[in-house]
Design a protein around this ligand. Structure first.
Ligand SMILES: [Zn+2]
Length: 90
């Protein structure tokens, strides 16, 4: 119960996970964070799928454009692209 809107529940939040995927794939996350993500991935098929697709996208594209991720599931793509663009803006 951390009071953040729109994410509810006691489970690890998928939103947080997606935001950390790029760092996770870069290997820049601390060990505890990586472990937390991996534990979540074991329970959450949606995030496993997202990670697998994201991995493919990163490997193929290096530099992302909308066209590069055209074959990714549209819902995931929108979410991942938004997250990726946001992360870049920081
Ligand atoms: Zn998840």
């Amino acid at each position: 119960m951390n009071g953040e809107p729109g994410t509810g529940g006691t489970e690890e939040r998928c939103v947080d996970l997606v935001e950390q995927l790029t760092a996770y794939l870069d290997g820049t996350l601390p060990v505890e964070e990586r472990r937390r993500i991996e534990q979540h991935l074991e329970r959450c098929e949606g995030c496993r799928t997202a990670l697998a697709q994201w991995r493919t996208v990163v490997r193929l594209a290096g530099r992302l454009t909308t066209a590069d991720v055209a074959d990714v599931d549209p819902l995931l793509r929108d979410r991942l692209m938004a997250t990726f663009l946001e992360a870049r803006r920081r």
